[in-house]
Ligand binder design. Structure first.
Ligand SMILES: Nc1ncnc2c1ncn2[C@@H]1O[C@H](COP(=O)(O)OP(=O)(O)OP(=O)(O)O)[C@@H](O)[C@H]1O
Ligand SMILES: [Mg+2]
Length: 325
């Protein structure tokens, strides 16, 4: 894949940390010094186990909650702590698609009203033009025009997710953030939604932030992958070079998948040990208590994310040499 130029970077997350104060004076660290650069027209996947901080990272980028420290820049403009009208205006550039659109939709609204609502909210659409706009938005996601008159509960999960994409497209955002947008769908519907997203990216140059726990799935269509663990990015690499992953955690994720051509007696390698609580992140490397390659240094010092090769960074003192299958 050609390497987009530095000037193509539209979104930067710089050393973002998000801590949640809890009762009893305790603090939960959901994101710990996360840095990310996102270029125009690319798909950046953020992958990791449940609770590793993926949604927190997105919510901070989306201005839904302020970070504890660090900055978010959109086209070099600091959007970290926008409020009021500036925050509302920023929503035009970054839209979101959630795992379960049903909970995001008002069940009493017709699909026509749901997809046009963002435009009406911004005063960009007259009521008399709604029917035509709804048809146009539905056509973009390959839904027939008569779906405009339906209610969300009269559709399948995959169709509802298309409506969510149509609604996200309405304001013609530069970035669409998808939080587990296909996780609740069966594989064939996941495939059609992903093909749709890829087509829209080609046609409109949209940038995607795609949150998912399925590393193999995102490698099929993501330009870059950031692997998160306990609030930290452990490895960043190109989506089509996943076989070059060298972090023990990334490799463990790669091995922890079912396959139909698996030998009958071949066990699926599952990560040993429980994921530590984000209330009690281990000293040194956050992954060390589950890493079979852990050494003294890993207990003492948190590894910084460092560049191993162009577009390949890793936070590990002792990167592995090869992927062992
Ligand atoms: N508002 C909050 N107050 C306290 N803790 C929070 C809050 N939001 C998130 N957390 C905690 O922060 C950590 C990261 O949560 P987050 O939702 O970002 O994880 P995730 O990677 O999106 O997980 P999943 O894959 O299950 O959606 C979790 O331990 C979660 O309980
Ligand atoms: Mg989440």
């Amino acid at each position: 894949m050609p390497d987009p130029k530095e000037s193509d970077v539209i979104l930067r997350v710089e050393h973002m940390t998000k801590k949640f104060p809890l009762s009893g004076g305790r603090t939960l660290t959901a994101c710990d010094d996360v840095s990310l650069r996102v270029r125009k027209g690319e798909t950046v996947a953020i992958v990791g186990e449940s609770g590793c901080g993926k949604t927190t990272l997105l919510k901070t980028i989306m201005n839904m909650q302020p970070p504890t420290s660090g900055r978010i820049l959109l086209h070099e403009k600091d959007i970290t702590n926008l409020t009021g009208e500036a925050r509302r205006e920023n929503c035009r550039h970054i839209q979101m698609v959630f795992q379960d659109p049903t909970s995001a939709f008002n069940p009493k609204m017709r699909i026509r009203d749901i997809v046009c609502e963002p435009l009406l909210n911004f005063g960009l659409l007259k009521r008399k033009d709604m029917a035509a706009k709804a048809r146009e938005l539905l056509a973009q996601v390959d839904l027939p025009a008569d779906f405009a008159e339906r209610y969300p509960h009269n559709m399948s999960g995959g169709q509802r997710q298309r409506v969510a994409v149509a609604r996200a497209l309405a304001l013609e955002p530069e970035i669409i953030a998808c939080d587990e947008a296909t996780s609740a769908l069966d594989v064939s519907v996941q495939d059609t939604i992903i093909r749709l997203l890829v087509r829209l990216q080609r046609e409109k140059g949209i940038t995607y932030l795609f949150i998912c726990h399925d590393l193999a799935l995102v490698s099929l269509f993501s330009h870059r992958i950031a692997v998160m663990y306990l609030g930290s990015i452990m490895e960043k690499l190109d989506g089509d070079r996943l076989e070059e992953a060298r972090h023990p955690y990334t490799q463990a994720l790669l091995k922890a998948v079912f396959s139909t051509d698996q030998e009958k007696n071949q066990k699926i390698s599952i990560l040993a040990g429980d994921i530590p609580s984000p209330l009690d992140i281990p000293s040194g490397c956050p992954f060390r208590n589950r890493c079979e390659h852990c050494r003294d240094m890993c207990e003492k010092k948190k590894p910084a994310l460092r560049e191993l090769a162009p577009n390949h960074s890793i936070a590990c003192h002792y990167p592995l040499e090869i992927v062992t299958k």
